[in-house]
Design a protein around this ligand. Structure first.
Ligand SMILES: [Zn+2]
Ligand SMILES: [Zn+2]
Length: 789
């Protein structure tokens, strides 16, 4: 039959072969790296002897016939009462680490009989409501009616009264998120006394999500949880599960405030795969000030999608926005139509947010082979079940290695080698990864960073803790070295009062209202859809003037909105649906003042510091730029008050003598420092799990507080989020990677892949690319051989 290769369900060409052919074509130089990841055989382990038959049978019925080594190891630790973190790859069955000990404990207690209200309980926490609901469904499918003592319930904002009451009175396994744990379970703990007094296991799933300010809040939620459990006579064992990051034991240990045993040796089998790194070519004269840019990653992805679909390779492309998903699908359809008109309708855009039946239809079409290519936003990660793909193309680094591998993990079927293609966007971090495949393929360097000592985070949790139970001197140790100071501040503000048994919460408001655990520093600004009054989300008060000012184009979960008005007094931004052909960038004036130095290191005459700074940010106007070309369409003034942010920063200085010796001309210093600052902000997310929008920078040829050339990189959240601190500790590696990125970029005068920044408040002016390389060389010449600790 003609066209059998494209027949429904048929197997297309080997995806890697398609890529190899491209590599020998005129586009060959864009394939920067192709790595073969060998398959990995499974390593099995025996079922622990303590697992009762009924639990084992239930798992066998669900297809778990044997255990992989890491599952058994982690489960053994947890059953023995040791806090454990299991950090292995996606789809490595991490849930067995807690299912085995937790189900065993519940089943055994039910067998022993005794009072039902004294039975053990389990708390499962996930970062999102949706994931908790998914887990509830799989737990129910596993246990059915056959496991006595397992009574599971999700506690979240969707509960009705009866459900909530049932969970409180009967559930032995509660699935919740940290927000509901903070507001409902803990502050209303007396009503949950049965549940807390039985608490044996706390599962913290997907714990790499708890980073930055959110992670710092969650760390205190867990401390409060331990204190409450102890009050009710319970001493739960914590089981953390995480995708692979570096130092998982430190991440989990910092979250818990107690040492945690790591289990990282992945015993699950993995099919072979190829990973390709693809770099779009430089196109001249399209960028800011007429400079160079690279061809858009989405255009390259559309071309690659076309090539793969033509060969019958089932391919999924991940992009950032719905608009990009449609653009990629439309471009590929057009190109495919030129090859063969029947191919054009075998690609589609998936934009998330569709009705469940639409999603199922799309999953079906992909599974049957009716659709061969799909372009999707990251929203696809939530609640869609697509497997059996041959290739995945990711445009732009999705922020963390874990997220990238999760996307690549969608490909692979029938034991054929899967293909993952990373297409670099025009960005320093992507540029670095193209030149350093080991950063993606080798040992991870990114650590999940939190800062529980941030006073803006700590204070509200001390208040909440006092509202739960009076705070005693011994409790303070649990909350860290700054807890005493925090309690004193709350007492001074009249919120806590000291009595013989400790500090009592005496303010009128609900203590939980003080801490919005997804943000920091004042009331977050609510993004409201003007036509319907629907709340779309929130942004931090500190960043609102730059991101949701009047006229701003605001991207939220892949949708594009236009801000009609921003009211900072009421903390509301009103938006409407719109999809203009331009983007907006705020222009601002920034001042930074050093308030205190926490740590410092001498790099020869140069210096590296970590400390507290006050950043005053004044958004004065915004630029509208045409999508694609980046041409400036207009500069609109804004009337917004300046805001001061007290936060943590890492900064470095070089002396005048060093600058004279380096031959850098005085006039070049501002551009050199500015360019080095931009590139370093672009690279920090490689080492700390932040977004480049979580951090900011200031550079100056002479700063009044240091009297030297100084480059600051600061946390964009009041009190800090741990990113600058991580920057201080890995400064040598971080700034070396920064220098290499600039040095290795093929452009002449600086481009978005090296020294230009999309969030520059100064229109990327002045920038001196060669100057930045020299300046960083001067600094790094005297860098110590080991990390700053
Ligand atoms: Zn460049
Ligand atoms: Zn700038």
């Amino acid at each position: 039959m003609v066209g059998a290769g494209r027949q429904t369900g048929a197997v297309g060409a080997d995806p890697t072969e398609v890529l190899r052919q491209l590599a020998s074509s005129s586009r060959g130089d864009r394939l920067a790296h192709l790595a073969a990841l060998p398959d990995r055989p499974a390593r099995l382990a025996a079922w622990p002897s303590w697992v009762p038959d009924v639990v084992r049978d239930a798992l066998v019925d669900r297809g778990v016939h044997q255990l992989w080594s890491h599952q058994a190891a982690a489960a053994d630790h947890a059953y023995a009462g040791r806090h454990v973190v299991v950090a292995t790859g996606t789809a490595s069955g991490k849930s067995l680490a807690y299912l085995l000990p937790a189900l065993t404990t519940l089943v055994e207690a039910a067998d022993e009989g005794g009072r039902r209200d004294r039975r053990p309980t389990v708390l499962y926490l996930s970062p999102t409501k949706a994931l908790a609901r998914d887990q509830l469904a799989s737990l129910q499918a596993l246990t059915g009616d056959r496991l006595p003592g397992v009574r599971a319930a999700a506690v979240d904002g969707d509960n009705d009264r009866d459900e909530r009451a049932w969970a409180r009175d009967h559930a032995t396994w509660v699935l919740a998120n940290p927000d509901i744990c903070h507001r409902t379970l803990m502050l209303g703990h007396e009503r949950w006394a049965r549940f807390f007094s039985g608490l044996r296991y706390v599962v913290v799933d997907e714990c790499h999500h708890y980073r930055g300010v959110f992670g710092s809040h969650v760390a205190h939620v867990l401390r409060r949880l331990r204190r409450l459990a102890a009050h009710y006579g319970a001493d739960p064992t914590f089981v953390f599960a995480s995708a692979t990051v570096s130092e998982p034991d430190q991440t989990a240990g910092r979250l818990l405030g107690h040492p945690v045993v790591p289990v990282t040796d992945d015993g699950s089998p993995r099919a072979g795969a190829h990973v390709a790194l693809w770099e779009p070519p430089i196109v001249a004269g399209r960028g800011e000030h007429g400079g160079e840019t690279r061809r858009a990653a989405t255009s390259e992805a559309a071309d690659l999608l076309t090539d793969l679909v033509t060969a019958g390779v089932r391919t999924l492309v991940f992009v950032r926005s719905r608009r990009a998903a449609e653009t990629v699908a439309a471009a590929a359809a057009r190109l495919l139509g030129e090859v063969d008109p029947t191919l054009a309708d075998r690609v589609a855009a998936y934009r998330g947010g569709y009705l469940p039946e639409d999603r199922r239809a799309l999953e079906q079409a992909l599974a049957s082979g009716e659709l061969v290519g799909v372009a999707a936003t990251n929203a696809l990660e939530l609640g869609i079940d697509i497997t059996g793909l041959d290739a995945v193309i990711t445009t732009g680094f999705p922020g963390t290695r874990a997220a990238l591998w999760q996307q690549f993990g969608r490909a692979g079927r029938d034991r054929r080698d899967a293909l993952g293609v990373f297409v670099a966007r025009d960005d320093p971090l992507d540029r670095y990864l193209i030149g350093h495949p080991e950063a993606l393929l080798g040992r991870p360097v990114e650590a999940t960073v939190i800062d529980p000592d941030n006073p803006y985070v700590l204070g509200p949790h001390l208040a909440a803790a006092a509202a739960e139970l009076p705070l005693t001197d011994t409790d303070l140790d649990l909350f860290g070295p700054l807890a005493a100071e925090g309690v004193a501040a709350l007492s001074e503000a009249g919120m806590l009062r000291r009595r013989s048994r400790g500090w009592y919460w005496t303010a009128r408001e609900r203590a939980s209202d003080l801490a919005d655990i997804r943000s920091s520093g004042g009331r977050p600004v609510q993004i409201v859809h003007g036509a319907t009054g629907r709340l779309l989300g929130t942004v931090d008060a500190a960043t609102a003037p730059a991101t949701v000012h009047e006229g701003a184009v605001y991207l939220h979960q892949g949708d594009t909105w236009l801000v009609e008005a921003l009211d900072l007094d009421d903390a509301v931004a009103v938006v409407r649906e719109d999809d203009p052909d331009y983007t907006t960038t705020a222009r601002s004036l920034t001042d930074i003042e050093v308030r205190g130095v926490d740590r410092q290191a001498a790099w020869g005459p140069a210096g590296l510091c970590l400390g507290t700074v006050a950043v005053t940010h004044h958004v004065v106007s915004y630029l509208r730029r045409r999508v694609g070309s980046g041409d400036v369409l207009g500069d609109e003034p804004l009337d917004l008050p300046p805001r001061t942010l007290e936060t943590k920063a890492v900064w470095w200085t070089v002396t005048d003598e060093q600058l004279v010796d380096s031959g850098l001309a005085r006039a070049d210093l501002p551009g050199a420092a500015h360019a080095a600052e931009h590139a370093s902000i672009g690279l920090l997310p490689l080492f700390a799990t932040c977004d480049r929008w979580d951090i900011g920078g200031v550079s100056t040829a002479r700063h009044p507080d240091t009297d030297q050339l100084t480059v600051f990189v600061y946390d964009g959240h009041p009190g800090g989020a741990g990113f600058a601190e991580r920057g201080f500790h890995v400064a040598r590696d971080w700034l070396t990677a920064t220098r290499e990125t600039i040095l290795g970029c093929g452009c002449h005068d600086g481009c978005p892949s090296c020294v230009q920044s999309p969030k520059c408040g100064n229109q990327n002016h002045p920038l001196d690319k060669p100057g930045a390389i020299r300046l960083l060389s001067v600094l790094l010449d005297n860098a110590p051989a080991v990390r700053e600790e």
